[in-house]
Design a protein around this ligand. Structure first.
Ligand code: FEO
Length: 392
């Protein structure tokens, strides 16, 4: 248990060993944050994934008998936060479950298939706890339709659910106790993989967050923001506006190292123009790391050889992921190698990059079997052109 303010506690769980979160690589584990507010009425805000139910209960019991809880506030239906709701309810016979009217009520019923003691709230609803109150703001698509945030007055603590979260297992509960570079990198990866498709909704939530003037932002994953509030709010502003910096990413897959040689030459061309470049092989980088890295990059060059008249399967997965995330304001380029027949993967890559929302260079850079020195020079020139476009 960690005290946040008088009568307000973190009682969540730390998942130190989790490395995969429905496909999202969590190299540093994660936390499932739950919070307890004590007043005349007692409220538990969120639960934890069911695997960590005993940890939650042990922390709650450090503060009070769970039977005293009056409200179980569910800010989000996703099972990493509501997964032990039924188990917690069994310990809290008088508790009512507070959920958002739109999508929350139905979502919980669909997950638990049992009659729950539900109280629904909506935009502007307030729940009095005594001297304190919780007011609710729905934040649809951050990251499911049912998400909402709760603001505790007068303490000015914003329980922000998925917004401002990071997948990071740590003994630090507050931002100033952790390495800020690591925090921001994990917050960026979290944003890129979870919130990137919803910039308008993020911008709206950010505006509301700023207006509330929170002293603490308590998300559902990772550390609480207290010492570095301006940094995380500024970063969310940047990301929601789709702001990028002069940086390009080269992402490729390869069969016999020909496309790899092309990728290295494209990257070299970008660097020759003085533009920062990063390079990922789909054989060694995972998709969520790549999109985290892509968040602030201004350009993306993608390469694949042709296999069975298509891109390589790992490249197909990357392009599918990209089309779902719809990054904004980026320039794209395509290249690749092929064997016989004359068809290349370049056309398919360009089509998918366009569908993902990138402005794609018209160049059709494809080489048969293995690139010659002249063809590698053409790859460098593609990199240079991309870099000039970034600078221009
Ligand atoms: Fe951590 Fe969308 O749940």
């Amino acid at each position: 248990m960690t005290r946040i303010a008088e009568g307000v506690f973190w009682v969540g769980a730390i998942d130190w060993t989790r490395r995969d979160f429905h496909g999202y690589s969590t190299h540093h584990g994660t936390t499932y944050n739950a919070y307890l507010v004590l007043d005349e009425k007692k409220a538990l805000i969120d639960t934890v994934q069911s695997s960590h139910f005993p940890e939650l209960v042990a922390r709650v019991k450090e503060v009070l008998d769970p039977g005293e809880i009056d409200y179980l506030v569910s800010l989000h239906v996703e099972p990493d936060h509501s997964g032990s709701l039924a188990q917690v309810l069994a310990l809290c016979p008088k508790a009512q479950v507070v959920t958002v009217e739109r999508h929350g009520e139905q979502g919980l019923q669909r997950y638990f298939h049992q009659k729950l003691p539900l109280v629904t709230v909506k935009e502007g609803s307030t729940l009095s706890l005594g001297k304190r109150s919780l007011s609710f703001v729905p934040t649809p698509m951050l990251h499911w339709p049912d998400n909402m945030v709760a603001f505790l007055s007068p303490d000015a603590i914003l329980f922000s659910s998925d917004a401002y979260g990071q997948h990071l297992a740590t003994s630090a509960r507050f931002d100033e106790q952790a390495d800020l570079g690591l925090l921001m990198a994990e917050a960026a990866k979290y944003y890129a993989t979870i919130l990137l498709p919803f910039p308008a909704q993020v911008a709206r939530a950010l505006e509301r967050t700023r207006a509330l003037q929170p002293k603490v932002i308590a998300p559902s994953h990772g550390v609480m923001w207290r010492g570095h509030l301006p940094e995380i709010l500024e970063a969310y502003g940047r990301w929601s506006r789709g702001e990028t910096r002069p940086r390009a990413l080269v992402v490729y897959d390869t069969m016999w190292h020909s496309t790899e040689a092309m990728a290295l030459a494209v990257a070299e061309g970008i660097a020759q123009e003085g533009v920062e470049v990063g390079l990922h092989s789909l054989g060694s980088s995972d998709l969520s790391d790549i999109v985290g890295d892509l968040l602030e990059a201004r350009a993306l060059a993608v390469g694949s050889p042709l296999l069975n008249n298509n891109v390589l399967p790992r490249m197909a997965a990357f392009l599918t992921y990209l089309k779902g995330l719809r990054p904004r304001g980026k320039i794209g380029a395509a290249f690749g190698s092929f064997g016989w027949g004359g068809a290349t993967a370049v056309k398919a890559i360009k089509e998918d990059l366009t569908l993902a929302g990138l402005e794609v260079l018209e160049d059709e850079l494809a080489v048969r079997f293995s690139p010659t020195q002249e063809e590698l020079q053409a790859c460098r020139q593609l990199g240079q052109k991309l870099a000039q476009k970034i600078k221009g």
